[in-house]
Write a protein that binds this ligand. Structure first.
Ligand code: BTN
Length: 326
């Protein structure tokens, strides 16, 4: 994991909440002097973290910051690769744009770009994506599976399964559902969007950019008026603040697991999990594609992640891309 020395010290404190750690122990563990430890703690204090010095026991972290920086995420991470390189930004145009550049310059599988806010967050179909500062998860994960370009859309479904399970592990007051292909809803309102972009040659995927936007700690007033009836946050539905860094780590833990499962066992196990979490399958829906409006019953997804709709006359239509109304 590529963490700076300051972040390695912070990670140690975050991993042992409420426990004092001695300067000597930290110095020995990290192979630096006690003065160097003290200097890093001073820098962390300047950033807003507070430490108390307890006689004979060491330093105690008494105030941590609500950030999604590398150290905060790393303290909850249990992956082999994903999240081992994290590019953390206070603000950027879009994490997708930065990830694109990194992917073209040899970024490793599982590299993460994450920001506290985005000025020009990108949604699907070139829509803007509202990315309120410090309230959500705005990140792009660069993945490099050895797959063909036509398999790329399945990774949106892999990501949806990873995110739904991560949300379920952190939130107990509701059950999120997946709306095909890539929205996660709570009680009919959207809390998460996924935007998968691909860098590829005709016969080879170079990298997939899995863009994940999750409304986490916004309150109703944080959303623009026009989104009130269609958007929500985990915090509104759970009725409490969530630890964003822990949720990011849980998503990365799951995403690595499901990407590896996809490579070793194929799409079938993911398809099953996706269908179990889906709020679309079995429902009467209206699908608006670029060329037509189709009404019918959503009966399932194909091995390729394509939605199948049964029309009134019994015919089955396959939908590759559409806006769905339930
Ligand atoms: C959608 O339209 O539902 C997809 C929204 C995807 C938003 C995320 S936020 C992080 C990443 N950076 C972006 O600019 N977009 C994606």
């Amino acid at each position: 994991m590529t963490l700076s020395m300051k972040d390695r010290i912070l990670k140690r404190f975050l991993q042992a909440p409420g426990e004092p750690i001695s300067g000597q122990a930290l110095a020995e563990e990290l192979g630096i002097s006690r003065t160097a430890v003290w200097k890093h703690l001073q820098t962390l204090q300047e950033e807003g973290y507070t430490f108390e010095t307890l006689k004979k026991k060491g330093y105690l972290l008494t105030n941590k910051l609500d950030k999604v920086d590398a150290a905060s995420i790393a303290s909850f991470l249990s992956t082999n690769r994903f999240g081992h390189t994290i590019h953390y930004l206070e603000e950027c145009d879009s994490t997708q744009i930065i990830a694109h550049e990194l992917a073209q310059n040899g970024a490793m599988d599982g590299t993460v770009v994450i920001a506290e806010s985005q000025i020009r967050g990108k949604g699907r179909m070139s829509r803007p994506w509202e990315s309120t500062k410090g309230k959500g998860i705005w990140m792009t994960v660069i993945i490099k599976p050895d797959v063909l370009p036509h398999q790329a859309p399945q990774f949106t479904l892999v990501a949806a399964v990873a995110i739904v399970n991560a949300i379920k592990s952190q939130c107990k007051n509701f059950t999120p559902t997946i709306k095909w292909p890539n929205d996660i809803l709570i009680n009919g309102r959207k809390c998460t969007g996924i935007l998968t972009e691909m860098i590829a040659e005709v016969d080879r995927v170079q990298a997939l950019l899995i863009g994940i936007g999750i409304n986490v700690n916004q309150q109703r007033k944080d959303f623009p008026e026009e989104l009130h009836s269609i958007a929500t946050s985990l915090s509104i539905e759970e009725e409490g603040q969530l630890n964003r860094a822990e949720l990011v780590a849980e998503i990365l833990n799951n995403l690595e697991h499901y990407c590896d499962q996809y490579v070793s066992e194929g799409f079938s196990p993911i398809k099953k999990l996706w269908e179990e979490a889906s709020g679309t399958i079995g429902k009467s829906i209206k699908a608006t594609t670029l060329t037509e409006v189709i009404e019918g019953k959503a009966i399932g997804i194909t091995e390729g992640g394509v939605l199948e709709i049964q029309l009134g006359n019994g015919d089955i239509k396959q939908i590759y891309s559409a806006d769905i109304e339930l």
